[in-house]
Design a protein around this ligand. Structure first.
Ligand code: CS2
Ligand code: MG
Length: 405
């Protein structure tokens, strides 16, 4: 069996997705997700121009060798564009291997460690009450863990809050230039402790709660927030501070026992090695599409297991159902899996393109037993939704200083 062709599709069923199809000479093909939010065409070009020519004619079964060929064999290593391209090829090769073996990918990764994949849902609102009402709905639907994000009074738009948009697709899918949002750490501090105090008061231990600070705080501010939230026993506080300087978390860890999660922007094990080795975090949030695919995620998860760090794969709306499926096969077969972020299977248009039989039941996903990853990609349907440039926002402090979004 050899790789005969590689096709790259960029489609926008409300938001952009980059999908790779690796086709073999025996007709079996595999699918991978290469979506980097706001930089989709960079990855598509990297794949078409720099990856595809080198892979035609190679044996698709040689997953590890091809991964090393695309990683170690390239002088300019790491980074979001390179690793998303490697990720998509990697997912597609695991998909092919599963289809040839007639087995779901999780069986190739060691089989099930658990019956289903536990999820955390998103609850966000314009006020604390509104957010907690949404959380109550999630708990009603069977979710045992809910992320709470509330609008910050006095700020135009807050990360993670839909405002007047119906879903994240509508919120993020059509921004021809980066919208500028304001940020105030003091206004944020006025809100967050109260949000979790009210959640504790209303729900007690009925569910676990999480929060995403989205890298907005300095390390000492993160330490202070972590301490303030200790009475509310969060499952984790995510992206408390920026991820580039892993040592930030040494300082935060020194001051608080609130569990810390980080890593959705990480692309390789090198990005998170010190964090894990020093147990400065509790959950590693890397995603298959951003961290080199199933192969890349396995390397990180197995290293994390040595240091009591669990996985909590990123599950944002900008990761396609193919990435989500890859996470399900990883999560069900990884012993130190922690929890999976879940924001739904996308809007109707998205679901008309990416077809699968993953089942949501009682706050868990029951993984597909179809051979491979278990996702189909409808090329005709995808062709109906043209790429549309769309940016992530830019954040500024109230005095205009550029800040972390
Ligand atoms: C967020 C993401 O889901 C999360 O934890 O951090 O939604 C993030 O904002 C997007 O993936 C950025 O594209
Ligand atoms: Mg996040």
């Amino acid at each position: 069996m050899i790789i005969q062709d590689i096709k790259v599709f960029v489609t926008n069923p409300g938001r952009n997705f980059v999908t790779v199809k690796v086709i073999t000479d025996e007709g079996v093909y595999g699918l991978g997700d290469a979506t980097v939010n706001g930089r989709e065409m960079a990855v598509a070009t990297y794949l078409e121009e720099h990856v595809k020519p080198c892979l035609i004619g190679r044996d698709p079964h040689k997953i590890e060798d091809i991964w090393q060929y695309l990683y170690m064999g390239v002088y300019w290593r790491r980074g979001p564009i390179t690793m998303a391209a490697i990720a998509a090829i990697d997912m597609a090769l695991w998909d092919i291997k599963g289809k040839v073996a007639g087995l779901p990918v999780y069986q190739l990764l060691g089989g099930k460690c658990r019956d289903g994949v536990t999820l955390y849902a998103h609850a966000n609102g314009e006020t604390i009450e509104d957010t907690l009402d949404k959380a109550a709905q999630c708990i009603e639907q069977g979710f045992s863990a809910v992320r709470l994000q509330s609008a910050i009074p006095g700020l135009s738009e807050t990360y993670g809050v839909l405002g007047d948009k119906k879903d994240y697709f509508e919120l993020q899918g059509n921004r021809p230039l980066p919208p500028e949002q304001d940020w105030s750490t003091s206004k944020y501090f006025d809100l967050v402790p109260e949000l979790f105090a009210k959640a504790k008061e209303r729900f007690g231990n009925k569910a676990k709660f999480l929060h995403d600070t989205h890298s907005r705080l300095t390390p000492i501010e993160s330490a202070k927030l972590g301490k303030m939230l200790e009475p509310y026993n969060l499952m984790f506080l995510e992206d408390a501070s920026i991820a580039e300087n892993q040592e930030n978390y040494k300082l935060i860890r020194h001051h608080t026992t609130t569990p810390l999660a980080l890593g959705e922007t990480y692309n390789t094990i090198w990005d998170c090695k010190d964090l894990i080795q020093n147990q400065w975090i509790d959950y590693i949030r890397s995603a298959a599409t951003h961290a080199g695919g199933i192969t890349g995620m396995k390397k990180i998860a197995d290293f994390a297991a040595v240091y009591n760090v669990r996985t909590a794969p990123h599950g944002a709306p900008d990761l396609s159902p193919i990435c989500f499926a890859a996470h399900m096969h990883l999560n069900i077969s990884t012993h130190n899996f922690g929890i999976q972020e879940f924001v739904g299977f996308g809007n109707e248009e998205c679901q008309s393109i990416f077809k699968h039989d993953m089942k949501l039941e009682n706050g868990m996903i029951l993984v597909s037993d179809a051979p491979g990853l278990g996702v189909e990609f409808d090329e005709q349907e995808a062709a109906k939704y043209e790429y549309k440039r769309s940016y992530l926002p830019v954040s500024r402090l109230e005095d205009g200083t550029l800040w972390h979004w």
